[in-house]
Design a protein around this ligand. Structure first.
Ligand code: LMR
Length: 398
């Protein structure tokens, strides 16, 4: 049965984790995967999460099946986080939200549903994009193309290129957009650029699919929802995949959600019924723990405040690490100007290091980064940053 099976390539992000874990060097540093580590180099268990977990344990609740679309209080909290409590989309019943297995799970059920709805559509992702976007949509049966996004020369956006790409697509093309904290570049659209993108998408009848995995890591919970709210105001129908892996530090609990914005409440009921079929035939219904914890935090004012403080702390620490990285590289005598790192948002920096330099970082110094030069700034801390700076300085001089 398996005699002719070929070895599949290693996953570019999670495969690197496997390599990192197998590395015996005690000085190794993992700047590969997008995970937030605290200044002690550990993945934090947030106090708000701990408190919600204690409450859950004390409630000693039974573990029956959840509804196919998950916990109602969770789905409602997701909608408020995305669109605000007073959003007309909530009042007009234009939202379908289903709890999903992380952001990836949300993208997958969204992709599977869209494949049924638009079997011949293409999917456009940014150039570059999160490594798994292409694989996930191809796996759902779509042809995937790239729209222009990043300008390596300026370390910024290529706004004309992006609009030209979007303008070249036929109606019905699905456009995957990073709502904030673009992965892998850390480079986001400005408010004016978002407005133009929304206009073109509307004019051409494209189908926006916003991926928001880092809400709160850029400029704050509301500021990071700017693009989502712009699309909401546009009157368009669209999809949003949310992840709480990073913002609640609940990576292994797989807590995410797919939200679909419809045109009216009649569509909402029908779309939900179809989405439930997709979920039922994939994994039946979601698990209880992560969703309950997140719902408890978002729906309990004291826990909510505690979480917002902890999220701000993570955001501020990442910013401090961006500044330290730039200053230390300069102090170390590195000629290249790295100040662009300060303008980037979220966990990542597209460092501009070549794949050969990334290989040298790993092989010579035990510093792991993605082959494209993406580094996870959220994994830097006051203990490892000097070693990382020395390693970057070393590979840049060859
Ligand atoms: C990343 O980009 O490193 C994270 O989103 C983790 C993942 O699943 O790839």
């Amino acid at each position: 049965l398996f005699a002719n099976v070929e070895q599949a390539p290693r996953d570019p992000i999670l495969g690197l984790n496997e390599q990192f874990n197998a590395d015996a060097r005690t000085t190794k540093v993992n700047l590969g995967v997008g995970v937030y580590f605290n200044d002690e180099g550990r993945i934090p268990l947030l106090k708000a999460v701990r408190n919600a977990e204690v409450a859950r344990l004390e409630a000693a609740s039974a573990r029956g099946y959840l509804p196919i679309d998950g916990i109602t209080g969770y789905n409602q909290a997701v909608q408020k986080l995305l669109f605000t409590e007073s959003s007309p989309l909530i009042a007009e019943k234009r939202l379908v939200t289903a709890q999903a297995l992380g952001g990836t799970g949300a993208l997958k059920i969204g992709a599977d549903y869209l494949k049924r709805l638009l079997p011949n559509a293409k999917v456009a992702i940014s150039d570059p994009s999160w490594e798994n976007h292409r694989a996930l949509f191809e796996n759902a049966g779509f042809e995937v193309v790239n729209y222009s996004y990043y300008n390596a020369a300026t370390h910024g956006i290529d706004p004309e290129g992006m609009l030209a790409s979007l303008n070249s697509y036929p109606a019905g093309t699905i456009v995957v957009l990073h709502a904030c904290c673009h992965n892998p570049t850390g480079v986001d659209l400005s408010a004016e650029q978002w407005a133009k993108v929304v206009d073109v998408i509307k004019a051409r009848g494209l189908v926006p699919f916003l991926d928001i995995a880092y809400q709160g890591f850029g400029d704050g919970i509301d500021a990071d929802a700017f693009a989502v709210r712009q699309f909401a105001a546009s009157g368009l129908s669209f999809l949003v995949s949310s992840s709480f892996s990073k913002s609640f530090s609940l990576y292994g609990e797989r807590v995410g959600a797919l939200t679909i914005v419809t045109a009216n409440s009649d569509e909402t009921g029908k779309v939900l019924s179809q989405l439930k079929r997709v979920i039922r035939t994939n994994y039946s219904n979601p698990p209880t723990h992560g969703g309950t914890v997140v719902a408890t935090i978002l729906n309990t004012p004291t826990l909510r405040l505690e979480w917002e403080d902890e999220l701000a702390e993570m955001r501020d620490r990442i910013r401090a690490m961006r500044t330290a990285l730039v200053e230390k590289l300069k102090a170390r005598g590195v000629q290249r100007d790295f100040s662009f790192v300060l303008a980037q948002r979220g966990m990542f920096s597209y460092s501009g290091l070549t794949s050969a330099q990334v290989d040298a970082l790993r092989e010579k110094h035990g510093v792991y980064a993605i082959g494209t030069g993406r580094i996870c700034v959220a994994a830097l801390n006051n203990q490892n940053i000097d070693a990382v700076v020395d390693a970057i300085a070393d590979v840049l001089k060859d």
